[in-house]
Write a protein that binds this ligand. Structure first.
Ligand code: UDX
Length: 440
């Protein structure tokens, strides 16, 4: 099939490469010419395991190319995916829809034959219906231009795997008109549907809500365990053991119950806020007031970590040296958007500490976002002369670190494990003061 993917960020670039991998002819579309040049040369502008290989393979086979021309895209594709960003509006909770709006405003007038647009971006409920109406107004194809919503559930770090082997496909279609969207989607995804993958066809509103509800649930699960961690800290209990114990209950499940410095990234924080804002517009704000608490618990973890580091350093960070291991919002990613790790590093610096950060992949992005922090080329270098070491992203490299690696490097043997990813006994036995989150 001839497919375009509009927007070549984390979501769009992955989707474009994976659609080509499924055998389709794919055109990736973006307004950022530099990014397009880089992608076209086979280089992924962010770190995503396995993606570069698929990108290169499909460029070489001639199935994947890139353009900044919407006219070319409209001419090329019978199927168009929208994968542009929906960030949080500045100073507001609501999502900024200018990029999705602009895609429709630009491409719809150029589409002259029957086509299907599948929105993948995370949008407030009601957006797809509105965009559909606008697209039909603008396009010479009129009613023959269909809009459906096909939310994306990919996790950064597992983006390729999640796209090629998703756990479900959700498709929202306009129930008020008879269209081809389901048939088209089944053709697009045919190679992955074979394995009996759940394929749920819903109305547009449900599909939009599925995505934000999933993210709200995940955020709630993390803040739940972080709230329990606070009680564990107050009572001397161990939240890691507690999470294991409750996680054996299949109704609860152990995943996403890791206490620590909380969630960040380009999705969870802004999605729960946009969800609250949209519920408010719909007069259902009471339904989601609990998400305010989820957000508050999450943001409190960052402040608590800074306080914990301060206490650990004898009551003040002023003049202290802190080695921070990890800057990405999670391992296997170079994404530092709303990263708790980098946020904590910044706050400690504001309180007078000399902070040196090391991350295996996120150095470039960290430097761009927080240029005034100190940066090191390795974990060891970041910890040189440190009064405290903070592990804030649970990269394998840090999990595997041994006290002996740092014994002669630091000034004081103090380690704070912001992700509960180290073995406390190993460090304590080696003479280190160890502090985790919600652990005695
Ligand atoms: C998330 C959703 O998982 C994905 O389905 C959606 O499509 C996009 O948003 P992602 O942002 O890539 O994906 O990250 P995710 O793996 O969900 O982690 C989010 C944050 O939660 C990270 O900062 C992570 O460190 C934190 N987290 C995760 C915890 O603090 N504890 C946990 O137990 C799990």
């Amino acid at each position: 099939m001839k497919v375009t993917v509009i927007g070549t960020g984390y979501l769009g670039a992955t989707h474009a490469a994976c659609m080509a991998e499924l055998g389709h002819q794919v055109l990736g579309v973006d307004t950022d010419v530099k990014k397009l040049e880089r992608l076209a040369s086979g280089s992924v502008p962010f770190y995503e395991p396995g993606l570069e290989e698929i990108l290169q393979r499909n460029i070489e086979s001639g199935r994947l190319s890139f353009t900044d021309s919407y006219a070319e895209a409209a001419e090329f594709g019978d199927v168009h995916f929208i994968g542009v960003g929906t960030p949080q509006k500045k100073g507001e909770y609501a999502a900024d829809l200018r990029y999705v709006d602009s895609v429709i405003e630009t491409i719809a007038p150029l589409i002259t034959r029957p086509a299907t647009i599948f929105g993948k971006s995370t949008v407030p409920v009601g957006t797809a219906s509105r965009l559909g109406q606008r697209a039909r107004e603008l396009s010479p194809a009129g009613e023959a231009l269909e809009i459906a919503w096909n939310p994306e559930f990919l996790r950064e770090g597992f983006a390729v795997q999640d796209t090629l082997r998703p756990d479900r496909i959700v498709l929202g279609v306009d129930r008020n008109r008879s269209g081809q969207a389901e048939k088209v989607a089944r053709e697009v995804y045919a190679p992955i549907l074979k394995d009996g993958l759940p394929f749920l066809v819903t109305d547009l509103a449900t599909a939009e809500l599925v995505k934000v509800s999933a993210n709200a649930f995940l955020a709630t699960k993390i803040s739940f365990i972080n709230a329990i961690a606070e009680v564990c800290e107050a009572s001397g209990a161990d939240v890691s053991v507690l999470a294991d114990a409750i996680g054996f209950d299949a109704r609860i499940g152990r995943r996403f119950l890791n206490a620590g410095i909380g969630f960040g990234g380009g999705c969870l924080p802004k999605d729960i806020r946009a969800f609250m804002a949209r519920a408010g517009e719909l007069g259902a704000d009471q339904a989601l007031t609990f998400l305010r608490e989820v957000d508050a618990i999450n943001m409190r973890r960052r402040v608590a970590m800074v306080e914990s580091a301060k206490e650990f350093c004898g009551g003040s960070l002023l003049g202290g040296r802190v080695g921070v291991l990890g800057a990405a919002f999670k391992p296997e990613s170079d994404d530092v958007r709303d990263s708790p790790a980098l946020n904590i590093a910044g706050q400690m610096q504001l309180q007078g500490a000399a902070v040196t950060v090391y991350d295996p992949k996120a150095m470039k992005n960290s430097r761009a976002l927080f240029p005034t922090l100190g940066y090191a080329e390795s974990a060891i270098e970041a910890c040189e002369g440190a009064d405290a070491v903070l592990v804030l992203t649970e990269w394998d490299e840090f999990r595997k670190m041994l006290p002996a690696d740092l014994d002669d490097v630091v000034r004081r043997k103090r380690i704070i494990d912001g992700r509960n990813c180290l073995d406390p006994q190993t460090w304590r036995n080696a003479g280190w003061a160890y502090r985790g989150v919600g652990r005695p």
